[in-house]
Design a protein around this ligand. Structure first.
Ligand code: THU
Length: 130
């Protein structure tokens, strides 16, 4: 599974987003330690605070399938027509952190070939651990 294939999986599931309130579509695709792929999209709700982010959906799918580690997570966001490089929100950084290690990569890419790969420590320095 290449980074491009994982990004394409994020883009594909982004099409399924339920986001009638923000119009901001997000897809996330995780490659786990077993080489399996898990995807999620954002799901909004008329009671706005009940939104579920794409990353949260992908993480739930990974955990339900028995995955324990995020090797790479690709995130694609944007409006209906265009993918933007979309870094995970603050809450999702902590969610990803729970299943990451120093080698975990978070990759984002837009439709214009702009490419970024981050480590967890870059996105969430001095992070909270129990
Ligand atoms: N969203 C995500 O799914 N993931 C993020 O990391 C950023 C935000 C969603 C939540 C909401 O449905 C929409 O994007 C606008 O904030």
């Amino acid at each position: 599974m290449t980074d491009d294939e994982l990004l394409n999986a994020a883009r594909a599931v982004r099409e399924k987003a339920h986001c009638p309130y923000s119009g901001f579509h997000v897809g996330a695709a995780i490659l786990d330690e077993n080489g399996h792929i898990h995807v999620g999209c954002n799901v909004e709700n008329a009671a706005y605070s009940n939104v579920s982010c794409a990353e949260a959906g992908a993480i739930s799918a990974m955990v339900a399938a028995g995955g324990k580690r995020i090797v790479t997570i690709a995130v694609a966001g944007g409006d209906e027509n265009k993918t933007r490089a979309c870094t995970p929100c603050g809450g999702c950084r902590q969610r990803i952190h729970e299943f990451s290690d120093e080698n975990t990569r978070i990759i984002v890419k837009d439709d214009d070939e702009d490419w970024h790969a981050y480590t967890m420590d870059e996105l969430l320095p001095s992070s909270f651990h129990l």
